[in-house]
Design a protein around this ligand. Structure first.
Ligand SMILES: [Zn+2]
Length: 321
């Protein structure tokens, strides 16, 4: 799904190119000068006016286009990042002015760019084909696990079978928790290191979030909703622990803890006492912790959202019709 204002833009581009626009998957597809094409925003949130163009075609005898040839094409068109990967030719097309966004610019560049691209492919003897096996057959556009393909009937069938045969991974919660705890140690280390170096602990929250989620998934096999909930609890707790340990070390080193013969763990236990006696300023203690928690959220939310999105696409094959 795209934001409404972009939907209109993509629709305009699609109609200028004579392509279909699938609003749900936010992708343009169809035929252009005999070649099967797919266009989709490279990064719908940050760069909505930059489209990836994908064409399924192959050179005679499996030829590859050279970088020099692509550079020639880029010189005369507004296309960029032209490349060939197997039977897939990809390019980027933008509105020419970047983030501000111009529907007219994007439409004009896409129309011109695609005309030049298909002419270029034609000149070089490229024929439309299936993007996987290269067969010159009727192909349809598909979204498979978030990527796009032009598939012939055979490849469509075999891909369907592949997904049908894949058993979903089992989740091992206990191993996941161990992984999450190990990952959280990175976050704790980061909180302490950065703070000892005198930096604000902004990065720590992000490291904590990513470390815990990755750790859980690596050892637990997969990250379910339950896993995410467990991870959030571990993040919150370990952030608290890391911050308190940081204060304990500060007291141990600079507050007279070591001189009085306490070790770091004793200092850790004494933190509430130190706060109640005013040796650690309560406002500063709470303020600092809130600060780290804010950055933890900042790191955790996009990481979790990205992961959930990826998960939704796992094993999903959609025919664009
Ligand atoms: Zn095929």
């Amino acid at each position: 799904m795209a934001k409404k204002k972009y939907v209109n833009t993509y629709m305009a581009v699609a109609s200028a190119l004579g392509l279909q626009y699938d609003t749900e998957n936010n992708v343009l597809y169809g035929q252009r000068d005999g070649y099967p094409v797919i266009l989709y925003p490279h990064d719908p949130v940050d760069q909505p006016y930059l489209l990836t163009v994908q064409v399924a075609a192959k050179g005679a005898g499996g030829a590859y286009l050279t970088q020099g040839q692509f550079q020639e094409l880029q010189k005369v068109s507004r296309l960029s990042k032209c490349a060939q990967n197997g039977n897939v030719i990809t390019c980027m097309v933008s509105d020419g002015i970047g983030r501000r966004g111009s529907q007219q610019g994007l439409t004009a560049n896409a129309v011109d760019g695609l005309a030049r691209l298909t002419a270029f492919l034609h000149e070089n003897g490229y024929t439309p084909c299936c993007s996987v096996c290269g067969k010159e057959d009727m192909v349809s556009a598909f979204q498979v696990e978030g990527s796009y393909y032009h598939l012939c009937r055979d490849c469509e069938t075999s891909m369907h079978q592949r997904f049908a045969g894949v058993k979903p991974k089992k989740e091992n919660v206990v191993a996941g928790i161990v992984g999450a705890l190990l990952g959280s140690l990175l976050g704790v280390l980061c909180i302490m290191l950065l703070s000892q170096l005198g930096y604000v602990a902004a990065l720590s929250g992000v490291v904590m979030a990513v470390g815990v989620l990755k750790g859980y998934e690596l050892l637990g096999g997969k990250l379910s909703k339950k896993g995410i909930a467990i991870c959030v609890v571990i993040m919150l707790f370990m952030t608290y622990l890391g911050d308190r340990l940081d204060w304990a070390i500060l007291f141990y080193r600079e507050g007279g803890g070591a001189e009085s013969g306490y070790n770091v763990f004793e200092c850790y236990r004494m933190v509430p006492l130190l706060i109640s006696k005013g040796i650690i300023d309560m406002t500063e203690y709470i303020g600092n912790m809130m600060y780290i928690y804010a950055f933890l959220l900042l790191g955790a939310i996009p990481t979790i959202r990205k992961r959930v999105k990826e998960k939704q696409k796992e094993g999903v094959m959609i025919k664009l019709v």
